[in-house]
Design a protein around this ligand. Sequence first.
Ligand code: NAD
Ligand code: UDP
Length: 318
Amino acid sequence: MTDLARAFSGKHAVVAGGAGFLGSHLCDRLLSLGAKVTAVDNEITGDPRNLAGALKTGGISYVKADVSEALPAAGEKVHFVFNLASPASPLHYTRFAIETLRAGSIGTENLLRLATEQEAVFLQASTSEVYGDPEVHPQPESYWGRVNPVGPRSMYDEAKRYGEAVCVAYERSRGTRLRIARIFNTYGPRMQLDDGRVVPNFIGQALRGEPFTVYGEGKQTRSFCYVDDLVEGLLRLAASDAKGPVNLGSHFEFTILELAKTVHRLTGSRSTITYKPLPGDDPKQRRPDTAKAKQLLGWEAHTPLEEGLRRTIDSFRK
Ligand code: NAD
Ligand code: UDP
């Protein structure tokens, strides 16, 4: 038995946001490790069809519910609560600004209460957006960030920053067994082609033969992590006793123009590039300092961008 199978086999995990991109992959992996899973989702940006394979195993229950409202009763003993419930793409959190703030605040607190009552491990899916448009590069967990509290990304960035604050308040005053993952840009199959994020945008544009929409000059950078690597990191973190936030993301950094060229090559597309204005407060440079994850979890992202993109392109073609 692997360490992860030992940690999760026979355990009951609640995955809030389980019908989403990351949440559904996490449910699949938990089931493969022998866990019982309850996925909770209000379907605001997710789709229960992402759980079609999981539902066939019989090991998962799916509950349609909004975590910002009262939570359904837990039923059986809960060992892990994963809080992934939040719109995540700039297009979605702009469209659902108030829902995003409510999920980060009320939703997070409702789930913290459940985890605390159940003495379950609570894993918060936080984000590199807590660093805002960073002045420190790469970003270590000790960096406090540079976030515009009234800017176009503030509903998401501040919801996630508040989310971390309410998490540590529960840890300090109620003894909640807290883990915080600061997730950096992650991509893979089951992203929605129209969620506005750069990977599905570029792949969709390449497959339709439309121009790539590069915002600004395309010199801004991101470090793209393949979903399977990220899920492995989330599980190792939940199974560990790591204190404080842990960055989870790829250490390979690319400009957006480099990403466009790679998608162009891998799809064999004839798409050209059209330049659009850079959205406000768009971070210029982003890469995680992953020393803490490496040291505490023995984890780092290993899937090369080309390999992850190939798998994502194949799934989008289907
Ligand atoms: P996603 O939109 O595919 O998944 C989020 C899921 O949460 C959706 O299924 C949505 O319907 C659900 N949800 C939202 N509000 C809810 C509510 N109030 N009650 C119940 N369900 C709700 O996005 P994703 O990329 O899978 O992101 C999952 C989590 O990981 C989010 O919390 C996001 O902030 C975080 N994260 C993701 C990335 C990334 O690159 N994918 C990076 C940093 C952080
Ligand atoms: N981006 C782009 N073209 C697109 C979508 C996004 O150039 O069609 C840029 C965007 O401005 C940002 C980067 O790609 O600099 C990553 O955007 P995404 O929305 O995927 O993630 P985030 O900005 O939240 O990191």
